[in-house]
Design a protein around this ligand. Structure first.
Ligand code: DP6
Length: 343
């Protein structure tokens, strides 16, 4: 188990260095409390609903980008050459940056991730937030925070939220061109001393990516209800964050996660991200609550269980989860800062 607590400064302070032909940026993962699960436009990566998240300190990705001579992009992630879908996704994101900035050079990208990839720990959110910041600066493209968030969204929807620290809302937007679909901070990282306790129940890569999972869920008979309920959930979460009401936020977070998974389960063929240990964690969280520990779970596109609680209750939540069979590791993260330039 390790602990990480936040620091705080503005995007302007964090990006104040001069832009150049190469740039390094770092971004933290975020965990959605009101989920994004479905798109209104797949090409522009526009969500069917808004979503609200908490950025977590310490689970991060660093991206170094340099544009220069060469025929092909060179993409290295955690010391290995990127391949297949992962490489294609990165290259098409870089193509977008090149097209907008009228650059033709190849990119050399080196990424380092402190988050295991592809197991439902939001590594792509941190990766594309860091890449959007590093690539835009390396290309000499000056963006304000909302524009940077909209750019990150094109790489991965949840990355739009990792541009900011603390509690963040990503707006669905109404426009067909997507310019009004970006994230904004709701409350900074020091607004509320909560913790997210992450129980890792499996490090086997998930069999259905978020991207495919949400496309398939759109055919679920429960999908219209999922979309219809989002605005009410968002309003509840916004008010709970403002009032620092853990019970209200926790209950709407559980409701949102369970509805997302119910819709995915009811599609054909069904999508089930949970393992036996995932269910054991859910029951343990409910048992902790019955024992007077206010703790609330959320689950993304994978078997890990993320538990929201007050900072002072984190040790009891950890103790409750780490002894469960099938729980491989437990992490504790505090609210984190947004994406920042580090070189
Ligand atoms: C379950 O942002 O990874 O974590 O936009 O297709 O890249 P793409 O999807 P992605 O989906 C995240 C889904 C989620 C919920 C959430 O983060 O809101």
């Amino acid at each position: 188990m390790w602990t990480c607590v936040n620091g705080l400064n503005t995007l302007e302070e964090r990006t104040s260095q001069m832009a150049g032909a190469d740039s390094t940026a770092r971004a933290n993962v975020n965990v959605a409390l009101v989920k994004y699960w479905g798109k209104r436009d797949t090409a522009l990566n526009l969500p069917a609903t808004g979503s609200i998240s908490l950025t977590l300190e310490g689970l991060d990705v660093e991206a170094h980008v340099r544009f220069g001579p060469g025929d092909e992009d060179r993409l290295v992630i955690d010391g290995a050459e990127a391949a297949g879908d992962e490489a294609r996704r990165l290259t098409s994101f870089l193509d977008l940056v090149r097209a907008t900035t009228r650059r033709r050079e190849a990119a050399a990208v080196v990424m380092r991730s402190s988050v295991p990839r592809g197991i439902g720990l939001a590594s792509s959110a941190a990766a594309f937030a860091a890449l959007a910041l590093a690539a835009s600066r390396a290309a000499g493209w000056t963006l304000d925070a909302a524009e940077l968030s909209a750019l990150a969204r094109r790489g991965s929807g949840s990355a739009a939220r990792s541009i900011f620290g603390g509690f963040v809302e990503w707006h669905r937007g109404e426009r067909a061109d997507g310019v009004d679909s970006f994230a904004e901070p709701l409350a900074p990282a020091d607004h509320w001393d909560v913790r997210m306790v992450v129980a890792i129940t499996s490090t086997t890569p998930k069999s259905v990516s978020s991207r495919n999972g949400m496309v398939r869920t759109a055919a679920s008979p429960f999908y219209p209800a999922w979309v219809a309920g989002a605005d009410a959930d968002l309003a509840e979460a916004r008010a709970a964050i403002r009032a620092r009401d853990l019970e209200a936020l926790g209950l709407v977070a559980e409701h949102s996660a369970l509805k997302m998974h119910a819709a995915a389960l009811a599609t054909r063929p069904p999508i089930l991200y949970w393992r036996a240990a995932t269910l054991d964690c859910i029951h343990r969280v409910w048992a902790l609550r019955a024992d007077g520990v206010p703790a609330y779970f959320t689950i993304d596109a994978g078997p890990q269980v993320k538990v929201l609680c007050a900072a002072g209750d984190a040790p009891r939540v950890v103790a409750g989860l780490e002894m469960l069979p099938g729980v491989e590791r437990v992490l504790v993260c505090g609210p984190g800062r947004g994406a920042e330039v580090i070189g």
